[in-house]
Design a protein around this ligand. Structure first.
Ligand SMILES: *[C@@H]1O[C@H](CO)[C@@H](O)[C@H](O)[C@H]1NC(C)=O
Length: 828
């Protein structure tokens, strides 16, 4: 039941609010100097009554702290004058130090932490340096200096989860949350001051997919958008100044304020800002002189409501983990609750997500009446941004509930506005509750009633017939009850659900956020109205024509692109269903997003979000050359989108028709691959029997044209290589008639590109593009990558994972061989 759960979460809240000293026993004694100066050769031992190194004022200490109920120690820096003894920095979160470990200040390797067996647990340096001494400064910074007062290492430059006044962070800096209050290993939240990409110079909060550091979409972003030519407002430095104010210092010397409100004077108060283990970045203050039980007082935190902020993102498991609901408590901290019928994966980790207690078995459903097996629990004002496997509309709440009960695979169904029924896929992600704006949503959770023994499918259960009657009457009374509750809801639904739309649109500034999370079913008439009778054509593809449209959501119009599929052969139905299913499940920031669909008799339409900057083709081959940095960014986006399709989504999707006409750009010039659902879902045995040959001349890999095309992801890698060359050069792969001036050897970019590379004529290749030439190393790297991708032999082409690493410069790019070693490119 829910009671122990609630008690547990309130306990947790209490624990979170309790000062840290209750978790970490401090058995350290003050030794050390009054200057904070530590000569080389000094060491500290991890044990009871261990010595510590104090700053001159005694405000901060460096040393070992023992963790509660363990014999393990963590090397850290803490406030030493206040009872909390709050830790502000730690070294060995991943490898705790057992009793008897030792940290030594060495001249050649800096700080060296070893266990009793002499194995290195942590060290300050990876390279050899010459250290003369260490200093525990009054700011809380531990510094290593060489003989000439040069700082060779600082704890301030290697922050963990906290930053302190006078500490700054350059672009590229990261702060990571801990795993929990008492576990110091890295958790899944990051505060980053970005060095590149769209949000360069901005401060963002995001989750990462542990154990990798791969980042999900940001759930909080602060900073200015920077113009193309004018980068003066780019964020340069994150500053936490002496008076306790946090701000972003911009290139032009102006500030973007972070700390809100006025602070008490730093003379009497300590300040710190910590990314806590539930993902909220909070600034606190604390009186310097303690007379009793003062604790840290929060002044300001971001985001305001992490439970709803996380809905901005389309990737990651959110704050609470899987199958869990996030609620904000009074202290603005998220608390997590498992759905009924689910329990914590790790009973000690309330933020670690939940697993299903009983996984429904369809055989059993066949043998018993479902009403006997399951209760349908109701949750209000709760929302998940997961995908649905089925969308029914129009469909009443009652039908929704019943349909889920009867569907043996259904566990959770969401009825939206008594009109749309979404049967949700498991596991559920990014669930949030208590949103007043979500009153139109009712969630049904199918929970198994009691521990029935699993019946033997070959022996029917006696007394089945009599149960039948009971069931009918139960359904009847059930629907009467539901009807009553519907009346209450009914008047609210219209107003509130629409206001939900509007708020979401305002807040996220993205088109129709509520739409993008789950597919919506449209009637044909709705789409006729939305597109003004299919008036404005945006483009044509092999599968149909795309029209611009607008969907009414309260007073706002959400712009959409409506793709009207050619209604043809019998296959098309299958194709359509396949596309809807696949795309509905596929979310990535570099893929065009499907909002909904219409499937009415012969009319099949897909509704996508409208992307304001049009196709990559228009961007690249338009009148003026787009700038180099932006082009690079687009290339990254396409590569990441493809990587996702090939390697990261649940079913591998091979696009088969990558070309600039199929790549769209959003408002911020993020590349979004479209039409990917039309590619065949790759099933191993099916790969030989592709019915529709797609692929476009100039972009299709050579194996397309062989008799037995072996369709692998390498097909897309080839097309990506071609597109990458086009991005580098801003010209089409195959130049038609004009503007060739008889320069026959330049006609095919893929051939000419290799010739230029081999002849060292990159400037000719980019037509003396100054920006590109100034970034010569990257230019050369990108050309090499493109040539690797267009190798005729598919086995020589790198995977998209490798391509992304090479683009990022993480791995070395060797000199590529000639792409077509067996063809003589004689064009005369
Ligand atoms: C710190 O920043 C605040 C806000 O920008 C400013 O008012 C204050 O004077 C600064 N303090 C110092 C010591 O620079």
């Amino acid at each position: 039941m829910a009671i122990p759960q609630t008690v547990f979460s309130s306990l947790l809240v209490l624990l979170v609010l309790l000062p840290i000293s209750h978790h970490v026993d401090v058995v350290a004694q003050t030794v050390g100097s009054t200057t904070g100066l530590i000569p080389v050769g000094r060491s500290l031992d991890a044990m009871d009554n261990s010595s510590i190194w104090l700053s001159p004022s005694g405000d901060f200490a460096f040393g070992f702290r023992q963790l509660t109920n363990t014999t393990d120690f963590i090397l850290s820096i803490w406030y030493d004058k206040i009872p909390d003894r709050t830790i502000v920095w730690h070294a060995n979160g991943e490898k705790l130090a057992p009793l008897g470990s030792k940290v030594e200040l060495t001249s050649d390797r800096g700080l060296l932490l070893t266990d009793p067996q002499g194995e290195v647990l942590w060290k300050s340096h990876t390279m050899t340096v010459v250290v003369a001494y260490g200093v525990m400064e009054d700011t809380g910074n531990f510094v290593l200096e060489d003989g000439s007062f040069n700082k060779v290492w600082e704890s301030f430059n290697n922050p963990t989860d906290t930053i302190l006044p006078t500490q700054t962070m350059e672009r590229g800096g990261v702060i990571s949350s801990r795993k929990s209050m008492t576990k110091f290993s890295e958790g899944r939240f990051r505060l980053r001051f970005l060095r590149e990409g769209n949000e360069e110079g901005k401060l963002v909060l995001n989750t990462v997919n542990l154990p990798s550091t791969q980042a999900n979409d940001a759930y909080y972003i602060k900073g200015d958008n920077v113009g193309d030519s004018d980068t003066s407002s780019l964020g340069r430095l994150l500053v936490f100044n002496e008076s306790g104010y946090l701000y972003i210092l911009k290139e032009n010397g102006e500030n973007t304020t972070l700390t809100e409100g006025l602070l008490p004077t730093a003379k009497n108060f300590y300040f710190r800002a910590t990314l806590n283990f539930v993902g909220v970045f909070t600034q606190y203050y604390h009186p310097r002189t303690s007379i009793g039980n003062e604790s840290w007082i929060p002044v300001w935190s971001i985001p305001d409501n992490i439970c709803t902020a996380i809905l901005r993102t389309s990737t990651g498991i959110g704050v609470c983990g899987l199958n869990s609901v996030c609620k904000l408590n009074q202290a603005k901290r998220p608390t997590c609750e498992c759905l009924k019928g689910f329990s914590l994966i790790d009973p000690n980790d309330p933020y670690g997500g939940c697993k299903q207690d009983y996984v429904p078995r369809c055989e059993e459903d066949e043998l018993r009446y479902k009403k006997d097996l399951y209760n349908m629990e109701v949750l209000r004002n709760t929302f998940w941004s997961s995908a649905a496997y089925t969308c029914l509309s129009p469909f009443t709440e009652g039908n929704c509930k019943n349909s889920c009960l009867q569907d043996c695979m259904c566990v959770v169904a969401m009825s939206v506005g008594d009109y749309t029924c979404l049967k949700m896929m498991l596991p559920l992600v990014r669930g949030t509750s208590n949103m007043s704006t979500m009153l139109g949503i009712k969630t049904f959770v199918k929970v198994r009633k009691y521990n029935l023994t699993i019946p033997d499918p070959y022996f029917p259960i006696p007394g089945n017939e009599t149960v039948g009657k009971n069931q009918d009457s139960l359904i009847l009374s059930g629907s009467v009850l539901l009807g009553c509750s519907l009346l209450v809801n009914f008047t609210l639904v219209g107003a509130i659900f629409l206001s939900f739309y509007r708020k979401k649109v305002d807040k996220t500034k993205r088109n129709g956020s509520v739409l993008e999370m789950n597919l919506r079913c449209f009637s044909y008439q709705e789409l006729v109205d939305a597109t003004n009778g299919f008036k404005e054509e945006l483009g044509r593809g092999s599968f149909g024509i795309v029209y611009k449209g607008a969907i009414k959501a309260s007073s706002d119009n959400v712009l959409v692109a409506v793709k009207k599929l050619n209604s043809l052969a019998q296959e098309s139905e299958k194709e359509f269903k396949a596309e809807v299913n696949i795309i509905g499940k596929t979310h990535h920031k570099n893929l065009a997003r499907l909002i909904g669909f219409c499937d009415e008799r012969q009319q099949r339409l897909l509704v996508y979000e409208f992307l304001s900057r049009g196709t990559l083709a228009c961007f690249l081959f338009g009148d003026s050359k787009p700038n180099w940095k932006r082009r690079i960014q687009v290339a990254f986006g396409i590569a990441r989108g493809l990587l996702y399709l090939h390697e990261e989504c649940s079913n591998q999707i091979i696009h088969c028709d990558i070309k600039p006409q199929n790549i769209l750009l959003d408002e911020y010039f993020n590349a979004r691959i479209s039409d990917f659902g039309l590619a065949k879902l790759l099933k191993m045995d099916q790969s030989q029997t592709q019915t529709t040959i797609r692929g476009t001349r100039g972009y299709a890999a050579p194996e397309w044209f062989m008799n037995m095309p072996n369709i692998t992801a390498k097909i897309d890698v080839y097309s990506f290589g071609v597109v990458l060359l086009e991005i580098i050069c801003c010209r089409r792969n195959v130049e038609t008639d004009h503007n060739c001036d008889g320069e026959e050897d330049k006609r095919i970019l893929t051939d000419w590109g290799y010739d230029c590379f081999q002849g060292g004529a990159l400037d000719a290749l980019v037509d003396n593009d100054r920006e590109a030439m100034n970034d010569r190393r990257k230019l050369e790297r990108f050309v090499k990558i493109a040539i690797w991708c267009i190798q005729e032999d598919p086995s020589l082409r790198p995977s998209m994972g490798k391509v992304v690493q090479m683009l990022e410069g993480v791995v070395h790019v060797p000199v590529p061989p000639c792409p077509s070693p067996f063809t003589i490119t004689a064009t005369s």
